[in-house]
Write a protein that binds this ligand. Structure first.
Ligand code: ATP
Length: 366
């Protein structure tokens, strides 16, 4: 497939310029309830950043503030290095795509994409050229005469993205753009949005509550909880080095235990002894370890895979098998092993195995 043209190429004077988003100490209250609480972060030129968090944590409010649709109670917004906190949405030059298709129902695909350009009174020929370019970019060439009801959900969202990109925005804000679509289409569009971003290089901030979407697409993830940013990092950092218990619980699957530092630098839990640093004796600790970081073997492998466990239940999870393991003392551990390993090693319900924990994260309970 030919590389799609650059989305921001038409507006040549924007090329090479800074297209960053910076918010400083943003706060927003609704009737005394703080939906966004002292939030600061920066999205660099050309980055694709995910704003990830559970329902109601303030993601959409934050995006709406950046776009100018919502006025913050405190803080500042800088787009492309200029303070825009008081600038009207129209003059911010921001592209916005919502979860629910906000296409004009009575307009064709062409007319929808051309809308923002007609409002700006661009010459007809220029509009035709830009719409044609965008139809190529969002891979909808040939569908320009269709109306929204004649398109699939995924195609409609692609038109919405093309419409948002038409006026060559400085930044693109996507609010759960694939939220209303089924899993398969969402997965296809994830790949598509990545390609689109690679070609257009428009600085993009997209909201999602889907960790897989964020981990797969984004260069950087902002994890949000109760109006605050809990962690700002690359997908690998967020997954491998969660900064808070919330991030550890929200991103990826986990075994979770609470125990106490009863020996210097050690948290014993059943037959396991977790080394921890910097906590005093008696400190209550939360420990998280991922099911795929539990190593399972049919024989003891010294020194680390030596805790005896019984497989109480197996669950088929596609490419991997989930094992529910009892280690005595009413303690349970969930392990994920590749399906092939599980089959060849004879990991069946009732069998005895040996386990070791290869990685974990510890946080103080207080
Ligand atoms: P979701 O993923 O469900 O869309 P979200 O993370 O985008 O959630 P927001 O829509 O930003 O969350 O809402 C954050 C909080 O602010 C919620 O408790 C919501 O009820 C509240 N809220 C949002 N808009 C308003 C409003 N206009 N008036 C009053 N409360 C609001």
């Amino acid at each position: 497939m030919d590389a799609p043209p650059f989305a921001n190429e038409v507006n040549g004077d924007e090329r090479g310029t800074v297209m960053s988003i910076e918010v400083q100490h943003l706060t927003k209250r609704f009737n005394g309830f703080t939906a966004v609480h002292d939030v600061s972060f920066r999205v660099e030129t050309g980055e694709l950043v995910a704003l990830l968090g559970p329902s109601g944590c303030g993601k959409s409010t934050l995006l709406r503030i950046i776009s100018g649709l919502e006025i913050p109670d405190g803080g500042e917004i800088h787009l492309t290095g200029k303070e825009t906190t008081q600038v009207s949405p129209r003059d911010r030059n921001v592209g916005f795509v919502f979860q629910h298709y906000a296409l004009f129902k009575h307009m064709t695909v062409y007319e929808n994409i051309a809308f923002g350009l007609k409002v700006r009174k661009l010459p007809k020929q220029e509009i035709e050229c830009r719409v044609s370019e965008l139809l190529g970019l969002v891979q909808l060439k040939g569908l320009e005469k269709r109306y929204p009801f004649q398109l699939s959900g995924g195609q409609r969202q692609r038109v919405a993205v093309a419409r948002a990109l038409a006026p060559s925005p400085r930044v693109l804000l996507l609010d759960e753009p694939f939220g209303a679509l089924d899993t398969k289409v969402r997965e296809e569009l994830r790949e598509w949005i990545q390609q689109l971003h690679e070609h257009s290089q428009v600085t993009t901030l997209f909201v999602t509550h889907d960790q897989h979407e964020a981990l797969e697409i984004a260069n950087k993830i902002l994890v949000m909880n109760s109006g605050r940013i809990e962690q700002n990092g690359t997908p690998l950092e967020i997954f491998d080095r969660p900064a808070t218990p919330f991030v550890a619980e929200f991103v990826g699957e986990n075994n979770f235990i609470e125990a106490e530092v009863t020996e210097p630098h050690l948290v014993p839990w059943g037959p396991f002894r977790f080394p921890v640093n910097g906590y005093p004796l008696g400190e209550k600790i939360r420990i998280y370890f991922r099911p795929h970081d539990v190593y399972v073997s049919s024989l003891p492998e010294y020194p680390h895979v030596d805790v005896k466990a019984k497989i109480m239940k197996t669950r088929f999870r596609g490419p991997m098998t989930e094992l529910n393991l009892h280690i005595g003392g009413n303690k349970q551990v969930i392990a994920h092993v590749p399906k092939g390993v599980s089959l060849t090693s004879g990991f069946i319900e009732g069998s005895e195995v040996y386990i070791g924990i290869t990685a974990f994260h510890a946080f103080s309970k207080s």
